[in-house]
Design a protein around this ligand. Structure first.
Ligand SMILES: *[C@@H]1O[C@H](CO)[C@@H](O)[C@H](O)[C@H]1NC(C)=O
Ligand SMILES: *[C@@H]1O[C@H](CO)[C@@H](O)[C@H](O)[C@H]1NC(C)=O
Ligand SMILES: *[C@@H]1O[C@H](CO)[C@@H](O)[C@H](O)[C@H]1NC(C)=O
Ligand SMILES: *[C@@H]1O[C@H](CO)[C@@H](O)[C@H](O)[C@H]1NC(C)=O
Length: 871
């Protein structure tokens, strides 16, 4: 009312427009309040529609909606401000009672109100959206959930720097199950997420069944092509290809089990030109090679070193638990050791132990773990092994599985000789029956290779393998849970006595190797037993009836029981026996009853120095015998050679000669050439100062040669014709010389181009290993650049006169270990800064000796200083 009066009074002074602001101020204010309230409601309705679309339908709000909301926000704020100020202005107007003039500010204010009112109205009108959101364009990468890790940064950097190389399109990551490959791939994904790049990053997991289809689904979803009613892999591939060929992508492909056919899935092959990348993980090295053969771009993830392993374990178990008792920390270290650096085991066992806060619980755990993690720690087996077992399930057939499980008979961390293992497998009948020995052996090595490829076994140099502790536990767990074969394995656990008979009816394989058992005084009732490992004990007495109740036994290993002097006659009960290993036992004679072992195919009598009596016609009665090993057997070889002539199947032999004339005579037997003679030792030669080893050059399979206690031997002659033709010592891998005190050099090993291991011990007169002067006599050999090109191990012990190994530095491209002890005159090693490149050479020696080593130059010295390990 007042406002109206005022307006009337003042309309003369102000133009109509200005007056109307004042005039309508009250109405406009009310109007504005109502409209703003309406706008607020509209905004909040719209907001909730947007939220639903975004959170539940994963859509992205439209830009116009975004703009409208932000303009609405500003408008509402401004209007609220105006409304708040209005009371002051209205008061101003009425204060003067009959105000004939209005303050300019009020007029301005009235104007603002009217304008705002219009804006709010307009905004409301525009706020009628039929759609508030739409499908977002796919982001270039999405973050994946990850946990803190230990020890993966190294590999992350390695992969990342490999990614930067233009010429690298495909990168493989391989390693044992549970070693952290998927975690690493996750980190690569997240590194993409955290850095700016122009890749379109795609994550896909390949599954064991239908890998291509599953990966296609994930790619299609990621690149935003929905199901177009595809009928086949090919149709889908065509669509995927059409999108991906226009993009620069990085495909992260987790867990493939065989070669993944990118082209068939529709993934354009990464090329240098377009910079796309494929990074995949697999447990199989062979799959890596099939995806791309350059091993520089296939990165192996290895188990954690002890320090890092402990850090990871601590993270999972909690440092609070470790601090509960000073001894818990020590026990924790032991637990970590049992996990052998495998992150999966560290994490699983760490979690299982997190709640264990008393010393007793920890003591119990370590006891259990030393046997097998699976057995008692609840949940650990179920958590961990199924993840690993997949590798086992994927082995091609039962044969591979049996061969794999077999390796768990050995003690933890045992270096298993491949050749020995394969000979066991042959005895067990794992390998094809029909083939001859050498192809059966090849098959065995092929299986070992496949198991290494599947990361179920680890390579240890060229000739040995190892089973990871956790994998071994899993193998025992599988044998216990799933397989018909029942194992009883107590190897390397310091048993002092034969385990007491329990339920052994079902046991098929038993290993008691590497213990301290002295006497076997109880019958083993094992009707199904096929395998019995008793090697590396302190056996003295085996009771006569011990073998009575194991009629199925095929493989018996009694090796390295140095005090076992007698075989029980009852051993004749083992009528199924195919493989008998008596290496390194103290037996004095073979009982004639052994004739009953009609199926025997493998007999090892190596290092039985005390064996003086083998009954006549015993060896020749083993009509199926294929392998006879007699290196360093006390019994003379000629007698046996004669009997061997009748053994039709015999084709592998190892043998010792005790005089040049014996060697001479031996070469008259047919078997000497028809058999593959793998190991020869020449021992106690008394009758010669000079030796020609030409006869040996004809043995195509000879891989180990020992010269031992040949006191008078002064030289091994290099005949001119050794060097001619291919007929020299091509097969030699190992040469051992000991106690040959008059020998001055070993230059002839130059003619063993594939020599891997050279051991020289106790040769008091040895001055040089390779004498150039001597080689010079054989003219064409001067400047032999291949010298020691395969050598991995060099051991030199107690060689008081040794001055030089070789006059000049050699490349030693394979050398891994040098071991030098009590060689006081040896001041110089044939090394320069280019020797043993990339080999992580280790040199063992006495510290005093090492100090005085003279180096080719300063850079050589610097290169090899870190290689030294004192005794
Ligand atoms: C990348 O190279 C492949 C193979 O040559 C081709 O099919 C694809 O179209 C290329 N992609 C881009 C983005 O150029
Ligand atoms: C074993 O068989 C393979 C092929 O079957 C043959 O090449 C090889 O010479 C045989 N070896 C022996 C020692 O008989
Ligand atoms: C094993 O037998 C030998 C000979 O009979 C005996 O001297 C020794 O004490 C026995 N060892 C054990 C641990 O019983
Ligand atoms: C090597 O030479 C010796 C004598 O010089 C000869 O008796 C022998 O037959 C030759 N051996 C070969 C393989 O030629």
């Amino acid at each position: 009312m007042i406002l109206h009066t005022l307006l009337l009074l003042n309309s003369l002074f102000y133009n109509q427009n200005q007056a109307s602001y004042i005039c309508n101020l009250e109405d406009n204010l009310h109007g504005l309040q109502t409209e703003v309230a309406g706008l607020k409601e509209l905004r909040s309705d719209l907001m909730s529609r947007v939220r639903i679309a975004e959170d539940e339908q994963r859509l992205k709000r439209l830009n116009q909606v975004e703009g409208w909301l932000s303009r609405a926000e500003t408008l509402i704020n401004d209007a609220d401000q105006l409304i708040f100020q209005s009371s002051q202005h209205v008061d101003n107007l009425c204060m003067g009672g009959c105000c004939s003039t209005h303050p300019r500010s009020s007029i301005k204010f009235g104007k603002q109100i009217a304008k705002k009112l219009q804006e709010v109205k307009d905004q409301k009108e525009n706020g009628d959206f039929s759609d508030v959101a739409s499908k977002p364009p796919p982001p270039s990468s999405t973050e994946r959930p990850s946990e803190p890790t230990v020890g993966l940064e190294f590999y992350l950097n390695k992969v990342w720097s490999c990614l930067q190389k233009e010429q690298v399109g495909i990168i493989g990551i391989y390693g044992l199950g549970g070693v952290g490959k998927t975690t690493l791939l996750n980190q690569i994904n997240n590194k993409f997420h955290d850095t700016t790049h122009d890749y379109h990053v795609i994550w896909a997991v390949a599954s064991q069944d239908l890998p291509i289809e599953r990966v296609q689904e994930q790619i299609a979803e990621r690149i935003g092509i929905s199901n177009n009613g595809w009928k086949s892999i090919d149709e889908k591939a065509a669509d995927i290809f059409n999108v991906l060929r226009k993009k620069k992508f990085a495909l992260l492909l987790d867990d493939i089990w065989e070669r993944f056919d990118l082209t068939r899935a529709g993934v354009p092959l990464p090329t240098q030109g377009n910079g796309s990348k494929v990074i995949f993980t697999t447990r199989r090295v062979d799959v890596c090679c099939q995806m791309q053969p350059n091993m520089d771009n296939n990165i192996g993830v290895e188990c954690l070193p002890p320090g890092e392993a402990f850090k990871l374990f601590e993270k999972k178990v909690g440092s609070e638990t470790l601090r509960m008792h000073p001894d818990i920390c020590k026990l924790a270290e032991a637990v970590v050791e049992e996990c052998a650096g495998l992150p999966l085991a560290l994490i699983t066992i760490g979690r299982a132990m997190a709640s264990k806060k008393t010393l007793r619980e920890w003591e119990y755990a370590i006891e259990v773990l030393r046997q097998s993690a699976a057995s008692v720690l609840p949940g650990v087996g179920k958590e961990m092994y199924p993840k690993l077992k997949f590798s086992y399930d994927c082995l091609p057939d039962e044969r591979f599985r049996s061969c794999f499980l077999y390796c768990s008979l050995y003690p933890e961390d045992y270096f298993i000789g491949k050749d020995k293992l394969v000979d066991f497998w042959i005895g067990e009948g794992f390998l094809d029956e029909h083939t001859n020995l050498s192809s059966a052996r090849n098959q065995g090595h092929f299986i070992i290779g496949s198991l290494i490829d599947a990361c179920l076994l680890e390579k240890q140099g060229n000739h040995r393998i190892k089973m990871h502790d956790v994998i071994r536990d899993m193998a025992l767990w599988i044998a216990g849970e799933y397989e018909k074969e029942k194992f009883f394995v107590k190897s390397g656990v310091q048993l002092k006595e034969q385990p007491k008979a329990k339920k052994w009816e079902e046991v098929t394989r038993m290993s008691l190797m590497s213990n301290q058992i002295e006497n076997l005084t109880e019958i083993l009732e094992c009707p199904k037993l096929q395998t019995l490992f008793l090697g590396w004990n302190d056996l003295k007495v085996i009771m006569d009836d011990f073998f009575n109740s194991m009629p199925m036994l095929r493989v018996l290993d009694l090796s390295s029981n140095w005090n076992l002097e007698e075989l029980p006659v009852g051993i004749a009960k083992l009528v199924s026996l195919e493989h008998l290993n008596l290496l390194g036992t103290g037996i004095r004679k073979l009982p004639v009853e052994l004739k009953a072992l009609a199926k025997l195919k493998y007999l090892n009598l190596e290092w039985t120095r005390d064996l003086e009596m083998i009954p006549q016609q015993l060896i020749s009665s083993f009509s199926k015998l294929q392998v006879l090993k007699m290196v360093r057997c006390g019994y003379g070889c000629l007698l046996v050679l004669e009997e061997m002539e009748h053994l039709k199947h015999l084709n592998v032999l190892t043998i010792t000669f005790r005089s040049a004339s014996e060697l001479e005579k031996a070469s008259r037997f047919n078997k000497f050439f028809s058999c593959a003679i793998e190991v020869v030792s020449l021992e106690d030669f008394r009758d010669s100062r000079s030796l020609t080893i030409m006869a040996l050059a004809k043995l195509q399979h000879l891989c180990t040669l020992t010269l031992s206690r040949c006191w008078d031997l002064e030289e091994v002659k290099i005949e001119r014709n050794i060097t001619e033709g291919a007929g020299c010592f091509h097969s030699f891998r190992t040469v051992i010389l000991d106690e040959c005190n008059h020998l001055r050099d070993v230059s002839w090993v130059t003619f063993a181009p594939h020599l891997e291991e050279l051991y020289i011990l106790d040769c008091k007169g040895l001055e040089e290993i390779i004498s150039e002067e001597k080689l010079g006599e054989v003219a064409e050999l001067k400047g032999n650049s291949n010298l020691f090109s395969k050598l991995e191990i060099l051991h030199l012990w107690c060689l008081p006169k040794l001055k030089t190994i070789y006059q000049h530095a050699l490349p030693f491209p394979q050398l891994k270990e040098i071991y030098i002890r009590r060689c006081p005159m040896l001041k110089k090693l044939p090394l320069n800064s280019n020797s043993a490149k990339g080999q992580r050479l280790v040199i063992f020696g006495e510290e005093g000796w090492w100090k005085d080593v003279e180096w080719e130059d300063e850079s050589t010295k610097i290169a090899f200083l870190p290689s030294f390990r004192p005794f």
